[in-house]
Write a protein of this length. Structure first.
Length: 89
């Protein structure tokens, strides 16, 4: 029997914004707080993370940033929501 792909606590992250732009510094603080609290995974840019209001490039950049900052300490499950089906795919 293989190990489960998902286990424990996986947090849906909000996307902090400042003046209409993603606040990367605040996002890093939020992510570090989640990791230090013991979560097993995070979901950046899900439906609680402004996925419907970010441009695709912003969405992709935030997921990339999250993976970089997590440094393998927790699973990162990229939110795939979008206002258009073709964009989500």
């Amino acid at each position: 029997m293989s190990a489960p792909l998902f286990k424990g606590v996986i947090t849906a992250l909000i996307t902090p914004l400042r003046d209409g732009n993603v606040d990367e510094a605040a996002f890093e603080v939020l992510l570090e707080r989640q990791i230090s609290a013991g979560v097993h995974g995070v979901v950046p840019v899900g439906t609680t993370g402004e996925s419907a209001t970010l441009h695709f490039d912003e969405h992709k950049a935030l997921v990339t940033l999250c993976v970089k900052l997590a440094r393998g300490r927790v699973r990162v499950i990229a939110g795939a929501g979008a206002p258009a089906t073709n964009e989500a795919i």
